[in-house]
Write a protein that binds this ligand. Structure first.
Ligand code: SAM
Length: 175
Protein backbone atom coordinates (compact mmCIF):
# COMPACT_ATOMS: atom_id res chain seq x y z
CA UNK A 1 0.00 0.00 0.00
CA UNK A 2 1.20 3.54 -0.50
CA UNK A 3 -0.19 6.57 1.18
CA UNK A 4 -0.39 10.14 0.12
CA UNK A 5 -0.73 13.27 2.17
CA UNK A 6 -2.22 16.50 0.86
CA UNK A 7 -2.40 19.22 3.48
CA UNK A 8 -4.59 17.50 6.05
CA UNK A 9 -5.94 14.88 3.67
CA UNK A 10 -4.44 11.40 3.61
CA UNK A 11 -5.07 8.73 1.02
CA UNK A 12 -4.05 5.10 0.78
CA UNK A 13 -3.86 3.03 -2.40
CA UNK A 14 -3.58 -0.76 -2.77
CA UNK A 15 -4.96 -3.28 -5.26
CA UNK A 16 -5.74 -5.87 -2.57
CA UNK A 17 -9.21 -5.80 -0.95
CA UNK A 18 -7.83 -7.75 2.05
CA UNK A 19 -5.12 -5.15 2.62
CA UNK A 20 -7.62 -2.30 2.25
CA UNK A 21 -9.92 -3.99 4.81
CA UNK A 22 -7.01 -4.16 7.28
CA UNK A 23 -6.12 -0.52 6.56
CA UNK A 24 -9.75 0.53 7.07
CA UNK A 25 -9.50 -0.58 10.70
CA UNK A 26 -6.62 1.87 11.30
CA UNK A 27 -6.77 5.68 10.95
CA UNK A 28 -10.39 6.41 10.02
CA UNK A 29 -9.62 9.72 8.29
CA UNK A 30 -7.59 8.04 5.54
CA UNK A 31 -9.41 7.74 2.20
CA UNK A 32 -8.70 4.33 0.70
CA UNK A 33 -8.68 3.63 -3.00
CA UNK A 34 -8.43 0.25 -4.74
CA UNK A 35 -6.15 0.53 -7.76
CA UNK A 36 -3.25 -1.18 -9.48
CA UNK A 37 -0.20 1.05 -9.34
CA UNK A 38 0.76 -0.11 -12.83
CA UNK A 39 -2.74 0.37 -14.27
CA UNK A 40 -5.27 3.20 -14.54
CA UNK A 41 -5.68 5.36 -11.47
CA UNK A 42 -8.98 6.91 -10.38
CA UNK A 43 -9.47 10.46 -11.61
CA UNK A 44 -10.19 11.55 -8.02
CA UNK A 45 -6.50 11.17 -7.08
CA UNK A 46 -5.19 14.71 -7.06
CA UNK A 47 -1.77 16.17 -6.33
CA UNK A 48 0.00 15.61 -3.04
CA UNK A 49 2.74 17.24 -1.01
CA UNK A 50 4.15 13.87 -0.06
CA UNK A 51 3.72 10.43 -1.58
CA UNK A 52 4.95 7.53 0.56
CA UNK A 53 5.59 4.09 -0.91
CA UNK A 54 6.39 1.56 1.81
CA UNK A 55 7.59 -1.94 0.95
CA UNK A 56 5.86 -2.11 -2.42
CA UNK A 57 8.20 -1.02 -5.20
CA UNK A 58 10.40 -4.12 -4.89
CA UNK A 59 7.53 -5.85 -6.71
CA UNK A 60 8.59 -4.01 -9.89
CA UNK A 61 11.76 -4.09 -11.98
CA UNK A 62 13.87 -0.96 -12.29
CA UNK A 63 12.24 0.20 -15.55
CA UNK A 64 8.76 -0.13 -14.02
CA UNK A 65 9.91 1.60 -10.82
CA UNK A 66 11.29 4.60 -12.73
CA UNK A 67 8.32 4.93 -15.03
CA UNK A 68 5.96 4.76 -12.02
CA UNK A 69 7.99 7.43 -10.17
CA UNK A 70 8.00 9.68 -13.26
CA UNK A 71 4.23 9.22 -13.63
CA UNK A 72 3.69 10.11 -9.97
CA UNK A 73 5.96 13.15 -10.31
CA UNK A 74 4.16 14.38 -13.45
CA UNK A 75 0.57 13.79 -12.41
CA UNK A 76 0.32 13.51 -8.63
CA UNK A 77 3.02 15.59 -6.97
CA UNK A 78 2.31 19.17 -5.94
CA UNK A 79 4.91 21.84 -6.63
CA UNK A 80 7.85 21.15 -4.27
CA UNK A 81 6.29 17.80 -3.39
CA UNK A 82 8.43 14.78 -2.61
CA UNK A 83 8.22 11.02 -2.93
CA UNK A 84 9.47 9.00 0.04
CA UNK A 85 10.24 5.30 -0.37
CA UNK A 86 11.03 2.77 2.34
CA UNK A 87 11.93 -0.70 1.10
CA UNK A 88 14.33 -3.63 1.01
CA UNK A 89 17.43 -1.94 -0.36
CA UNK A 90 21.22 -2.09 -0.50
CA UNK A 91 23.70 0.69 -1.16
CA UNK A 92 25.20 -0.82 -4.35
CA UNK A 93 24.59 -3.55 -6.91
CA UNK A 94 27.63 -5.33 -5.45
CA UNK A 95 26.27 -5.15 -1.88
CA UNK A 96 22.93 -6.51 -3.11
CA UNK A 97 24.70 -9.43 -4.80
CA UNK A 98 26.69 -10.16 -1.61
CA UNK A 99 23.45 -10.16 0.40
CA UNK A 100 21.87 -12.45 -2.21
CA UNK A 101 24.68 -14.97 -1.72
CA UNK A 102 24.53 -14.67 2.09
CA UNK A 103 20.72 -15.05 2.34
CA UNK A 104 20.18 -17.25 -0.70
CA UNK A 105 17.70 -19.51 1.17
CA UNK A 106 15.46 -16.57 2.09
CA UNK A 107 15.89 -14.50 -1.08
CA UNK A 108 12.71 -14.15 -3.13
CA UNK A 109 13.92 -14.46 -6.73
CA UNK A 110 10.70 -12.86 -8.04
CA UNK A 111 11.31 -9.59 -6.23
CA UNK A 112 13.48 -6.68 -7.37
CA UNK A 113 15.26 -5.36 -4.30
CA UNK A 114 16.80 -1.93 -4.69
CA UNK A 115 20.44 -1.12 -5.28
CA UNK A 116 20.75 2.59 -4.48
CA UNK A 117 23.62 3.28 -6.90
CA UNK A 118 21.77 1.99 -9.98
CA UNK A 119 18.45 3.47 -8.83
CA UNK A 120 19.90 6.96 -8.27
CA UNK A 121 21.58 6.88 -11.71
CA UNK A 122 18.30 5.74 -13.35
CA UNK A 123 16.37 8.47 -11.49
CA UNK A 124 18.86 11.07 -12.71
CA UNK A 125 18.38 9.95 -16.32
CA UNK A 126 14.61 10.33 -15.81
CA UNK A 127 14.88 13.87 -14.40
CA UNK A 128 14.42 12.86 -10.76
CA UNK A 129 16.79 13.87 -7.96
CA UNK A 130 17.18 11.10 -5.39
CA UNK A 131 18.88 10.87 -2.01
CA UNK A 132 19.32 7.59 -0.17
CA UNK A 133 20.12 6.45 3.34
CA UNK A 134 20.77 2.87 4.50
CA UNK A 135 18.61 2.30 7.57
CA UNK A 136 19.45 -1.33 8.37
CA UNK A 137 21.45 -4.16 6.80
CA UNK A 138 18.74 -4.73 4.20
CA UNK A 139 16.50 -1.67 4.36
CA UNK A 140 16.79 1.87 3.12
CA UNK A 141 14.91 5.06 2.36
CA UNK A 142 14.89 7.27 -0.73
CA UNK A 143 13.63 10.82 -0.99
CA UNK A 144 12.88 11.80 -4.57
CA UNK A 145 12.10 15.16 -6.08
CA UNK A 146 11.74 15.99 -9.78
CA UNK A 147 14.55 18.04 -11.33
CA UNK A 148 12.43 18.29 -14.47
CA UNK A 149 8.73 19.05 -14.12
CA UNK A 150 5.92 19.24 -16.61
CA UNK A 151 4.61 22.79 -16.95
CA UNK A 152 0.92 22.39 -15.98
CA UNK A 153 -0.11 25.19 -18.40
CA UNK A 154 1.56 23.64 -21.45
CA UNK A 155 2.95 20.23 -22.14
CA UNK A 156 6.53 21.54 -22.00
CA UNK A 157 9.05 20.28 -19.48
CA UNK A 158 10.84 22.80 -17.28
CA UNK A 159 14.05 22.30 -15.30
CA UNK A 160 13.75 23.17 -11.62
CA UNK A 161 16.38 23.53 -8.94
CA UNK A 162 15.35 21.19 -6.16
CA UNK A 163 16.04 22.09 -2.57
CA UNK A 164 18.91 20.02 -1.19
CA UNK A 165 17.63 16.78 0.28
CA UNK A 166 19.22 15.78 3.58
CA UNK A 167 18.45 12.40 5.03
CA UNK A 168 18.85 11.92 8.75
CA UNK A 169 20.24 8.55 9.91
CA UNK A 170 17.86 6.48 12.07
CA UNK A 171 17.90 7.48 15.73
CA UNK A 172 19.15 11.04 15.08
CA UNK A 173 16.98 14.11 15.46
CA UNK A 174 17.00 17.32 13.44
CA UNK A 175 17.71 20.49 15.40
C1 SAM B 1 4.64 -5.81 1.77
S1 SAM B 1 3.05 -5.09 1.63
C2 SAM B 1 3.35 -3.49 2.38
C3 SAM B 1 2.09 -2.90 2.92
C4 SAM B 1 2.24 -1.51 3.60
N1 SAM B 1 2.68 -0.48 2.68
C5 SAM B 1 3.14 -1.59 4.78
O1 SAM B 1 4.22 -0.99 4.77
O2 SAM B 1 2.77 -2.27 5.75
C6 SAM B 1 2.99 -4.72 -0.13
C7 SAM B 1 1.63 -4.21 -0.57
O3 SAM B 1 1.73 -3.77 -1.92
C8 SAM B 1 0.51 -4.08 -2.56
N2 SAM B 1 0.77 -4.14 -4.00
C9 SAM B 1 1.65 -4.93 -4.65
N3 SAM B 1 1.63 -4.69 -5.96
C10 SAM B 1 0.70 -3.71 -6.16
C11 SAM B 1 0.22 -3.04 -7.30
N4 SAM B 1 0.65 -3.33 -8.54
N5 SAM B 1 -0.71 -2.07 -7.13
C12 SAM B 1 -1.18 -1.77 -5.90
N6 SAM B 1 -0.76 -2.37 -4.77
C13 SAM B 1 0.17 -3.34 -4.90
C14 SAM B 1 0.12 -5.44 -1.96
O4 SAM B 1 -1.26 -5.70 -2.10
C15 SAM B 1 0.52 -5.27 -0.51
O5 SAM B 1 -0.53 -4.75 0.26
Amino acid sequence: MFSQIMLSSEWGVDFSSEMLALARAKPPQVRLVQADLLGCWPAELGRFDCIVLAYVLHEFDLTEKISLLRRLADHHLAEHGRIVIGDIAFPTVQAREQAHQRWVDQWDEDEHYWAADEAIAACERAGLDAAYTQVSSCGGAFVIEPSIRKNPRSSAFIRVHPRPIKLIPAGKTVL
